[in-house]
Design a protein. Structure first.
Length: 341
């Protein structure tokens, strides 16, 4: 075989390999084209997407034209207001979009809930207040109340407030002081004052029902009032009794007829003999009746000589009276003084 023939055979082999290589490439391109054709066609197809968005304040419906393959891609490409794992969408994010698709998104809303002194904020799908309280295990007594009403469907920005209502009884003791007055009595000898009736204040127990809202007093109502102790005035009796004559068996050393004059003195006064001026004491002329003598005076009773006076000369005695009214009743009168043994 000459050189020319060898050269031709070499060219033929080279061309055969080239043809085979090109054929393989063309077959590969054809296969890829066949496999990818739907995707390419799909990507070039304009799809109509209708989105309804409910944000609790308003519901809007918007139509879009898109080349996205899935709902998830569409939402991302069009910056749709949707938060995964919080908002609700009625189709899967992996749903393939054909020529036309419609879906709805319900937005979770942010609200606050205050109960038992604590406030919490969270996102929740629009529902009624009653359901929200149930979800968060907040129970209400018959007296508790909530704002807004249990049937209210919450909207974005709403604040739910649970008010705990409690009531209790409180007791208050009211007292009215007693008055004190004097009255004359013949059961006491003139000049003496004694307690006839003890004073007693009035005591009343008042029962109130007190209502609290979250521990703060809201109202106070009187529901019962009981008088525990009635009012009783104090009565001081000033004696006006006069006993004439002398007691039977009275032992005395001397009887003297005297002019007896009634007098009184400020509390705490004391006589020349050293004793306090009080009922049962009298002032005398020491030359007639020695100081300290025990006496019985008709109309007055027992006494002792405790004081003297510049106007008391001779058969004159001053009888101490606890009250001025007794002085007016006695005045000045003749009587007999017995100096006791």
């Amino acid at each position: 075989m000459n050189n020319t023939n060898k050269k031709n055979i070499g060219v033929l082999k080279f061309l055969s390999k080239k043809i085979i290589f090109i054929s393989i490439i063309l077959i590969t391109i054809i296969i890829i084209s066949v496999l990818c054709a739907p995707t390419i066609i799909d990507a070039l197809t304009v799809k109509h997407v209708t989105v309804t968005l409910d944000d609790s304040i308003e519901t809007t419906t918007t139509e879009y034209e898109s080349h996205a393959e899935t709902v998830g891609e569409f939402i991302e490409e069009n910056d749709i207001n949707f938060v995964k794992d919080r908002d609700v969408i009625d189709v899967s994010l992996d749903t393939i979009i054909d020529e036309e698709i419609k879906f709805s998104i319900t937005k979770a809303i942010e609200i606050s809930l205050t109960s038992d002194g604590e406030t919490q904020e969270f996102y929740i799908l629009p529902t009624d207040v009653k359901s929200i309280l149930s979800k968060y295990e907040i129970s209400l007594s018959d007296e508790d109340f909530v704002e807004p009403d249990l049937s209210h469907i919450v909207q974005s920005g709403d604040s739910i407030k649970v008010t705990r209502v409690t009531s209790e009884y409180e007791y208050e003791y009211e007292s009215v002081p007693y008055s004190s007055y004097s009255e004359e009595t013949s059961s006491l000898p003139i000049g003496e004052i004694a307690l006839i009736q003890n004073g007693q204040e009035q005591i009343t127990t008042n029962t109130f029902e007190v209502v609290y809202h979250d521990g703060v007093e809201q109202s106070r109502e009187l529901i019962d009032s009981v008088e525990e102790q009635s009012l009783q005035d104090e009565i001081l009796g000033y004696g006006v009794g006069m006993s004439w004559g002398k007691p039977e068996g009275l032992s005395y050393s001397k009887a003297i007829g005297v002019k007896a004059v009634a007098y009184s003195a400020p509390a705490g006064s004391y006589g020349a003999y050293g004793g306090y001026c009080e009922y049962g004491t009298c002032a005398v002329d020491p030359s007639i009746i020695p100081l300290g003598s025990r006496l019985y005076i008709e109309g007055y009773g027992y006494a002792y000589a405790n004081d003297v006076g510049t106007a008391i000369k001779g058969n004159v005695v001053d009888l101490f009276m606890e009250d001025n009214s007794q002085c007016y009743i006695w005045g000045a009168r003749q009587t007999t003084v017995y100096i006791l043994d």
